[in-house]
Ligand binder design. Structure first.
Ligand SMILES: C[S@@+](CC[C@H](N)C(=O)[O-])C[C@H]1O[C@@H](n2cnc3c(N)ncnc32)[C@H](O)[C@@H]1O
Length: 252
């Protein structure tokens, strides 16, 4: 288990985009009573089912629809792991398929993984974190020699602390998605899949285009476990086209 790897500074990563002047100010929408009720019922249910957070239900819904966990899901990366509910779902779903999967959670904040998973503390916008993930799979081989890349599935629920300023939150989310895509281009197997959370805004279709360059099919989904007023949404990229996808193609 790798723990306590201190994140390197954001500025060190060559691929970090400069957000610059795109950051603009806008007001936040208020939450509605009905939504709060829905959230509360998921929170109660997550306690009943011993999930670390109600986020578990979002992944369960996505997987029920798109079957991300399958017999090939032997090596899984959970980006934005903390507090760990998605990893709990990954452990449950792979066990139910009789797969002894390597599951590694990655997060900026330190957090103990549930039994059956490992954890790296790191920033997805840092090259060092990508190297640490690669090293984890080099040391925990669970794939056949014919597979060129070590990862079969990337699940990303990453979200930076929201500011309430829609554009800022959107661009911060796009940056995290780019970090996840760069990881996928380097480590995800041909035919591997990916789910990523994003905060909706002007660059949604640009992100979709990048995913379409990498995956055979791309779907958009807002699980019912998300609050209606929330701008969070998920893209699901199914079956990576090639082992090697040049990041310069993605970002051109
Ligand atoms: C909504 S929470 C994830 C909940 C988690 N999926 C679960 O089921 O418990 C979003 C997480 O993304 C993490 N995060 C935000 N920016 C990140 C970054 N640059 N690198 C890695 N993790 C990040 C946050 O620290 C936070 O824990």
């Amino acid at each position: 288990m790798i723990r306590g790897i201190v994140p390197t500074t954001l500025g060190n990563a060559s691929f970090i985009r400069k957000l610059g002047s795109r950051w603009k100010s806008k007001s936040v929408s208020s939450s509605r009573w009905l939504n709060r009720q829905k959230k509360d019922s998921h929170t109660k249910e997550s306690k009943l089912q011993n999930f670390r957070s109600r986020a578990a239900f979002k992944l369960i819904e996505i997987d029920d629809k798109y079957r991300l966990f399958n017999r090939k899901s032997k090596n899984i990366v959970d980006l934005g792991f903390a507090p760990g509910a998605w990893t709990q779902v990954a452990i449950e779903r792979t066990k139910s398929l009789n797969i002894n999967a390597n599951i590694i959670g990655v997060d900026l904040i330190n957090c103990s993984p549930p039994e059956g998973a490992s954890f790296i503390q790191g920033n997805i916008l840092s090259k060092q974190t990508h190297n640490n993930i690669k090293e984890f799979f080099n040391n925990n081989k669970n794939h056949s020699e014919c597979e060129e890349k070590p990862v079969d599935l990337i699940i990303s629920d990453m979200m930076a602390n929201t500011s309430g300023i829609k554009d800022n939150d959107h661009y911060a989310s796009m940056e995290l998605c780019d970090g996840a895509l760069i990881l996928a281009s380097a480590l995800l197997n041909k035919n591997g899949s990916m789910v990523m959370k994003f905060y909706t805004g002007k660059e949604d279709s640009l992100l979709k285009e990048k995913l379409q360059k990498m995956f055979h099919k791309v779907f958009k989904m807002k699980p019912s476990a998300c609050r209606d007023e929330s701008r969070e949404m998920y893209y699901i990229g199914v079956r990576k086209k090639n082992n090697t996808i040049d990041t310069s193609d993605l970002f051109s």
